[in-house]
Design a protein around this ligand. Structure first.
Ligand SMILES: Nc1ncnc2c1ncn2[C@@H]1O[C@H](COP(=O)(O)OP(=O)(O)OP(=O)(O)O)[C@@H](O)[C@H]1O
Ligand SMILES: [Mg+2]
Length: 286
């Protein structure tokens, strides 16, 4: 069981996440939706401690995640893998090496620095790539892959961590519809077959409804909807997204990422704050 209790995060005067409380049983697939600036990324980043709460506590079973330090914190970040909109691979390294970097938190820094991976780790990495249907790319530099393939590499890297939770921050926002489906199907498969809890920020309601048994809707840093996706009716959508300035119904396609960057192309780099998210090398302090 994972639990956020009265979690608040401030940036100066601004309250990004405002007194959020919820439980997630192990193995649930949860979609987090809301307008741009609602606090979705900040909340996800606090779960794996890329950001720290200003107030409140985060627990995973008996562990108080919000107070972990040093190696205990690194162990949590291993158990709680994260994937990002912009994939965060090391583009000049081949795909196989990128996937094996998922083992960094399992091994000593010196072995990692020397990039020495065992045969078992190579076999595990190839199996992860096979599972995601991209084993034929293993020796290509990651930067030469399409966006959909790169996101699958990022998922394979996350699987190498043997995580208990998988966090995804708008994993399909840079992808075309076909690649988006492949990536969401992969997340669902991991959730169903391994029982790994998946928490994913999404910017399209139809995707959240189709893939997530539970939806958390955020507005102004608060949770304003939390329930099964079948209960996400028009009124709930209005509560989460509000109405247009003329009071008209919100168009379901008009949600955070679409507003921020309507013309985004697959693979196009984006200079928003998510691109500054750490690579696994940075996470491992290398
Ligand atoms: N590092 C930071 N410093 C200052 N303010 C921040 C920082 N990170 C987030 N914020 C602010 O906190 C609020 C919530 O941001 P957050 O990125 O969590 O929203 P979001 O729901 O993920 O939005 P989007 O859909 O655009 O990704 C915003 O007002 C944002 O400007
Ligand atoms: Mg965000």
């Amino acid at each position: 069981m994972f639990r956020l209790k009265n979690v608040t995060r401030r940036f100066g005067e601004r309250v990004a996440v405002d007194n959020v409380t919820f439980d997630i049983p192990q193995g649930q697939m949860v979609g987090v939706i809301g307008r741009s600036g609602a606090g979705k990324s900040t909340m996800l980043r606090m779960i794996n401690r890329l950001a720290d709460p200003s107030e409140g506590t985060i627990h995973f079973n008996d562990i108080e995640v919000s107070s972990l330090r040093g190696s205990a914190l690194r162990n949590w970040q291993r158990d709680c893998a994260m994937i990002f909109q912009q994939f965060n691979l090391v583009p000049r390294l081949d795909v196989l090496t990128n996937v094996m970097l998922g083992r960094l938190n399992h091994r000593s820094t010196i072995l990692s620095l020397l990039s020495i991976f065992s045969n078992d780790e190579r076999i595990m990495a190839i199996a992860a790539l096979e599972r995601l249907g991209i084993e034929q790319t293993a020796l290509q530099p990651a930067g030469t892959l399409s966006g959909g393939q790169q996101q699958r590499v990022a998922i394979a890297r996350a699987l190498m961590q043997n995580p208990k939770m998988l966090l995804a921050d708008e994993p399909i926002a840079s992808l075309d519809p076909l690649n988006a489906k492949i990536v969401m199907d992969a997340l669902r498969d991991i959730n169903e077959r391994e029982g790994i809890t998946v928490v994913t920020n999404l910017h399209t309601l139809d995707t959240a409804r189709a893939y997530c048994e539970r939806i958390i809707g955020m507005s102004g840093g608060r949770v304003v909807f939390d329930g099964p996706s079948r209960e996400l009716d028009a009124e709930a959508v209005r509560t989460i997204y509000g109405t247009g300035s003329d009071g008209a119904e919100i168009d379901e396609r008009v949600t955070s990422t679409a507003i921020r960057n309507p013309a985004r192309q697959d693979n196009e780099p984006d200079n928003d704050k998510e691109s500054a998210s750490p690579t696994p090398l940075a996470l491992a302090g290398l």
